[in-house]
Design a protein around this ligand. Sequence first.
Ligand code: NAD
Ligand code: UDP
Length: 336
Amino acid sequence: MRILVTGGAGYIGSHTVLVLLQSGYDVVVFDNLCNSSRKSIERVSSIVERQVNFVEGDIRNPEELGSVFSKYHIDAVIHFAGLKAVGESVQKPAEYYDVNVGGTAKLLLAMQKANVSRMVFSSSATVYGVEAPTPYVESLPRGSTSNPYATSKAMIEKMLEDQSIAHPDWSIALLRYFNPIGAHESGLIGEDPLGIPNNLMPFMAQVAVGRRDRLAVFGGDYPTPDGTCRRDYLHVMDLAEGHVKALESLYKSGCCAYNLGTGSPVSVLEMISAFESETGVKIPYKIAPRREGDLAEFWADPLKANQLLGWSAKRSLNQMMADTWRWQSQNPDGYN
Ligand code: NAD
Ligand code: UDP
């Protein structure tokens, strides 16, 4: 079975490509490299000791997409390609809707033309909106989103639901990720954000490796046990394995959403102390003002993915820290 992986050179995509290849799938990666490096795919190749098909192209370009579908027989698509920085999406809404929503519509048209009707989509816990009670469960409606990135994910989910209603032979899994962190245990691939990291884990890892002076902990006065925000962090390899489970579920038609998270919340201060105790490296930090738009806490109810996909997150927080540190310390400047 051959899978087209859009955005496959990126953080989650590269780990998923690795797991797909190790599970016996053929893969074609399609990525415009706007937020990634070809080196991630070269490293995946070296781990699996196999060439990986790579096509540089943009999901908004029907010719580039069309030529991939004509060159390769594709059985299903895993769609990671998109822009993902919440803050940037507030500054550049048109770009975010163009790439995320417009790009996905172009991808659906190309799939239709090529008679490919199975897709796994990278959605996000952010579609539950700002008022949903935690833990988030899939039966909740999509909520009111607070930034263009989140709205683009909710719009794409709706588009994919409409597509599956109009075409009952289509099968789509909407995977709502919580907070993926960590890296492959080889230390060869990992998260390599451009510029100053927005997310907690890569920022902390860059402080640890000496690229940044100290971590700002955004808010110490939240109504949580230690006053800092709590999130559901899961290992990127568990997340990657979730995609293979979701692919296996696509023999039945329809559009189905699944939470991929551990079900356990962890605070920012607990993240710092887990990193320090696992690696022995101190993280200088300071409590700073709250970051606009942050929710105090949310985590997954992962029961549906447990029961219907046979998936659960297996790797511990300590392993997430150890693997992050292996990647960051072996590659202080990422893929550069
Ligand atoms: P990433 O930026 O590392 O990967 C996205 C990839 O898509 C990059 O390689 C980028 O070059 C590519 N891309 C972007 N625009 C493209 C276009 N127009 N055409 C072709 N390729 C394009 O991000 P990631 O963390 O690996 O996230 C992957 C997906 O998962 C994204 O859709 C993201 O919104 C979603 N997601 C991520 C998280 C997270 O915390 N990392 C959480 C929830 C959902
Ligand atoms: N956070 C922080 N300092 C940082 C980055 C993030 O204290 O430099 C906090 C942030 O306020 C949130 C948590 O860490 O409570 C996770 O943030 P991240 O951006 O990684 O994920 P998201 O907010 O998208 O869940």
